[in-house]
Design a protein around this ligand. Structure first.
Ligand SMILES: [Zn+2]
Length: 77
């Protein structure tokens, strides 16, 4: 079960991106795969046991610390 820390970007960099908002207390999405993604700042789990395709391209605002995260594989595709 691979676990990844997401990459932090500035709010200005997220302009024009579709940002999903995570709510503290439960993951934004859960299930469907075996990859877990954590906030790059506070390590809150934002996506739990999701499929890679569900994480690909994700832009998520952490509900705990308010930082904006993008998925770490983005640049390899
Ligand atoms: Zn966070």
């Amino acid at each position: 079960m691979p676990q990844f820390n997401m990459i932090l970007i500035d709010e200005a960099d997220a302009k024009g991106m579709q940002v999903e908002t995570h709510v503290a207390g439960s993951p934004l999405r859960e299930g469907g795969g075996d990859e877990t993604y954590r906030c790059g700042a506070c390590k809150t789990k934002l996506l739990v046991n999701v499929a890679h395709r569900d994480a690909h391209g994700a832009v998520i605002k952490c509900g705990k610390c308010g930082r904006i995260n993008i998925e770490p594989h983005h640049h390899h595709h």
